[in-house]
Design a protein around this ligand. Structure first.
Ligand code: GDD
Ligand code: MG
Length: 351
């Protein structure tokens, strides 16, 4: 059986003002009325032979996420939360999930890490890919899911593949390197999902980032001692967890481990990394405007518009992003949608 691990953290700075520090990208609602984290949960329970569900997230997001889950009205079986007192990036989040699963379900338990911040259009294809991955995971591999790249994106990890063997894993290369990778056609994008046995990940971390593993182990043991054995919510010990070095699983383990495999898959994956990508999830009008909310457009084309509780009118403008929220309004050109991150950082620095 497979244990889905939903990881949710990070700010989603490129989707400001819809995503904020206390309202990160996974809580964003799409055109279908469901949030990204609800989609992640639906993917999780669609996996073959799901038994337990683990969610790793910040303690401040617990109620919001629990609420998102409850709104779907599903029977989740055994679902537990590992709550982080501070964000320590994905290596620590995956470490605590692996330690928890090994402790409660045994080291052979197969985990499938599902990020809560992207979309997968073709769930049946995902299920097939996970079935394939689980077989490799059972043989001691850490399995990544490779997506055929379409442009030299610098925000992703790249996997050089020889069938299911990973020759090389490179996290977030610069643009020139990404261009070379795309041209060589031996590379796939890392989708950010992973499948492995709990013990395989723990062994990999013991080898490549023992400091992160031991800080996480301590934070979990201390938390268990105060929470009691079968609590479904574990608040990780703050002092111990704060000592975990903040690093992503991609740098901490995947770039270094020799036992990484890849399942190439065509699953309709979309990282929703920018307003343009989010807009692709909205409905399109006759002029190619992507719209979510009450919007009236005259002589305007190719805009991405996200309203909140008031009417938005557009006249004679093309290729803009307009995102309205009760306390902040974004107007950007689609071409510069990636730079919303710069604005976010400036606002954050200004307090
Ligand atoms: N619990 C928890 N705690 N989750 C976290 C934390 C944290 O501190 N930081 C990030 N996450 C979650 C995010 O919510 C997201 O679902 C996932 O982990 C990945 O983190 P990102 O911060 O979004 O990573 P990225 O987009 O820069 O890069 C990763 O994803 C790319 C594809 O989307 C890498 O795995 C890349 O290699 C990959 O191509
Ligand atoms: Mg991401």
């Amino acid at each position: 059986s497979i244990v889905p691990v939903i990881i949710c953290g990070g700010a989603g700075s490129r989707l400001w003002p819809l995503s904020r520090e206390n309202h990160p990208k996974p809580l964003i609602r799409l055109g279908d009325g469901l949030s990204l984290i609800q989609h992640a949960l639906l993917r999780a329970i669609a996996l073959p032979g799901v038994s337990d569900l683990i969610t790793v997230t910040n303690r401040d997001l617990f109620f919001a996420i629990e609420d998102e889950y409850r709104q779907l009205g599903l029977d989740l079986g055994r679902s537990r939360f590992l709550l982080e007192p501070v964000g320590r990036n994905t290596a620590a989040a995956i470490a605590v999930a692996s330690l928890e699963a090994a402790e409660t379900l045994g080291g052979e338990a197969i985990l499938c890490v599902l990020p809560a911040d992207h979309m997968i259009a073709d769930t049946p294809a995902l299920v097939k890919a996970v079935e394939q991955a689980a077989v490799l995971a059972g043989k001691g591999r850490i399995v990544t899911f490779g997506i055929k790249p379409t442009q030299p994106e610098t925000g992703y990890g790249y996997i050089e593949a020889d069938r299911t063997d990973v020759v090389r894993f490179v996290e977030k290369p610069d643009e020139a390197t990404a261009r070379e990778y795309i041209a060589s056609s031996r590379f796939l994008w890392n989708s950010g999902m992973f499948c492995f046995q709990a013990k395989t990940m723990m062994e990999g971390m013991e080898e490549h980032c023992p400091d992160i593993l031991s800080a996480c182990r301590e934070s979990l043991e201390k938390a268990r001692r105060s929470a009691g054995e079968d609590s479904d919510q574990v608040l990780l010990d703050g002092q111990a967890f704060a000592h975990a070095r903040a690093d992503s699983i991609d740098y901490a383990v995947l770039e270094k481990a020799p036992n990484v495999s890849v399942v190439a898959c065509d699953i309709g994956w979309n990282d929703i990394g920018s307003w343009s990508a989010l807009g692709e999830q909205f409905e399109s009008d006759d002029s190619g405007n992507r719209i979510h909310g009450v919007v009236s457009a005259v002589g305007s084309h190719g805009n991405v518009v996200r309203g909140s509780n008031r009417l938005i009118g557009l006249v004679g403008v093309d290729d803009l992003v307009v995102a309205d929220t009760p306390d902040a309004l974004l107007v950007a050109s689609r071409e510069h949608a990636q730079d919303v991150r710069l604005l976010y950082n400036r606002l954050k620095d200004a307090g």
